[in-house]
Ligand binder design. Structure first.
Ligand SMILES: *[C@@H]1O[C@H](CO)[C@@H](O)[C@H](O)[C@H]1NC(C)=O
Ligand SMILES: *[C@@H]1O[C@H](CO)[C@@H](O)[C@H](O)[C@H]1NC(C)=O
Ligand SMILES: *[C@@H]1O[C@H](CO)[C@@H](O)[C@H](O)[C@H]1NC(C)=O
Ligand SMILES: *[C@@H]1O[C@H](CO)[C@@H](O)[C@H](O)[C@H]1NC(C)=O
Length: 383
């Protein structure tokens, strides 16, 4: 019995040594518990000077028109954009915020090979990252879960997982969170990144899928945040960011009231049917339980970030709950487009792990131009 335990311990330390050599730094393997979901991965930590930079790609739309030359050129362009931006921005973490693939064009036998193409620049850069998934990532020949499993298989530094109530069920597999620590030795995280699955698109049998975050995710947010507080102490000691591909329904009413000074950046995509969650045939949006749970249970939430509307870049305050919201930047050469919109990313930069300090965010285009720079602080946008 004791020998068995010794052998298991030896096994763990051999694994630890291998991983440590690979990562060039000591790795402490902690037991896997619901609140320590990545025991074998290096912790993602702030820099010693207190800064932390997240670069968000969105709407890459790989895999369009595979039969003609154009599709291949678009994907090569998107890969070039990713490599250039990763080289220049040197982010500490990358988020891909949905519509990685335009599923409508994919083939059952090789659809997930597109995930390999998308991840290649991130794997080369060695940057930790994770993904949310969009309506175009669900189609007859591709699903959110197919993409998640392929990503986990090929990308050692991917933190994407399936943790929420929807695992194998109706709520979608892409609900989870990732802890970010102020230092590697800290017992509790300083920042929690939340990822929500707004589903949408077409199921493998060709029927349409609901395009909003399921109400069961609201209960999961509540139980998860309660468990965090029980294990880690008051939520006031940490902050949060949230990523969901399709903007919450409440954002549609914000657009007509935008103040251009407080919400700089492109505003060229009128939010109508299909461009926010559950907007086609439900006036209130069935994402209300989800949206209320975000506002009620996630404390010190700096901002909720969505893609989906390729012609919008602005940030604004949603008056219902006083939550701040930002659009991403359309990153991919695939997907609908208009002359002059350009392609790029949204950067989010922390100056300190202090949850009360604001974060700075802006759009960076492929050519290096930047715009829409604001600071998000105390549920306000500071220009
Ligand atoms: C690919 O990128 C080049 C350089 O930016 C651009 O001129 C060209 O139009 C792009 N092609 C497609 C199909 O997106
Ligand atoms: C799905 O993949 C199959 C097999 O490659 C292909 O024949 C079919 O056209 C694809 N369906 C769609 C809707 O793209
Ligand atoms: C998948 O197979 C189709 C049909 O052979 C091909 O046109 C397409 O380029 C392949 N896609 C990938 C990602 O390999
Ligand atoms: C727009 O925001 C600016 C900066 O906060 C403010 O000075 C201005 O009064 C606002 N404009 C309107 C019409 O509310």
């Amino acid at each position: 019995m004791l020998k068995g335990i010794a052998a298991i311990l030896l096994g763990v330390s051999a694994l630890e040594t291998t991983l440590s050599i690979a990562l060039q730094r000591p790795l402490v393997v902690r037991p896997k518990t619901p609140l320590n979901p990545y025991p074998h991965k290096e912790r993602v930590v702030f820099h010693e000077d207190g800064t932390f930079k997240i670069t968000v790609f969105s709407d890459l739309h790989f895999g369009e028109n595979p039969d003609d030359g154009i599709g291949i050129v678009k994907d090569a362009n998107s890969t070039r954009l990713m490599r250039g931006i990763l080289r220049d921005e040197k982010p500490d973490y990358v988020v891909i915020n949905g519509d990685l693939i335009t599923g409508d064009y994919t083939f059952r036998e090789n659809s997930t090979l597109l995930v390999d193409q998308i991840m290649a620049p991130l794997i080369e850069a060695g940057v930790p990252f994770s993904s949310s998934h969009g309506n175009h990532d669900n189609h007859v020949n591709i699903t959110h879960l197919d993409e998640i499993l392929r990503e986990q298989e090929i990308a050692p530094r991917s933190y994407t997982r399936s943790a929420g109530s929807g695992v194998g069920g109706v709520a979608g597999p892409g609900n989870y969170w990732v802890p970010i620590y102020a230092t590697a030795a800290d017992a509790t995280p300083a920042l929690v990144l939340w990822f929500f699955d707004s589903r949408g698109g077409v199921s493998t049998d060709g029927s349409p899928l609901p395009d909003w975050v399921d109400a069961s995710v609201a209960s999961w947010i509540q139980s998860e945040t309660a468990a965090m507080t029980a294990a880690w102490g008051p939520a006031s000691s940490r902050s949060a960011l949230a990523f969901v591909h399709i903007p919450p329904h409440a954002i549609q009413a914000v657009q007509p009231t935008l103040n251009e000074t407080e919400s700089p950046g492109l505003n060229d995509d009128i939010l109508g049917g299909g461009s926010v969650q559950d907007s086609i045939d439900h006036p209130a949006g069935r994402d209300v339980p989800f949206w209320k749970a975000v506002g009620t249970h996630i404390e010190n939430l700096h901002v909720v970030i969505s893609g989906h509307a390729h012609g919008n870049e602005w940030c604004a305050r949603e008056p219902g709950q006083g939550l701040l919201f930002c659009f991403n930047k359309h990153s991919g050469y695939g997907g609908y487009d208009k002359d002059g919109w350009g392609h790029g990313v949204r950067n989010v930069v922390f100056g300190s792990p202090n949850p009360k300090q604001g974060v700075e965010t802006w759009i960076r285009l492929e050519n290096g131009d930047t715009r829409g720079r604001v600071v998000l602080r105390d549920s306000r946008i500071v220009i």
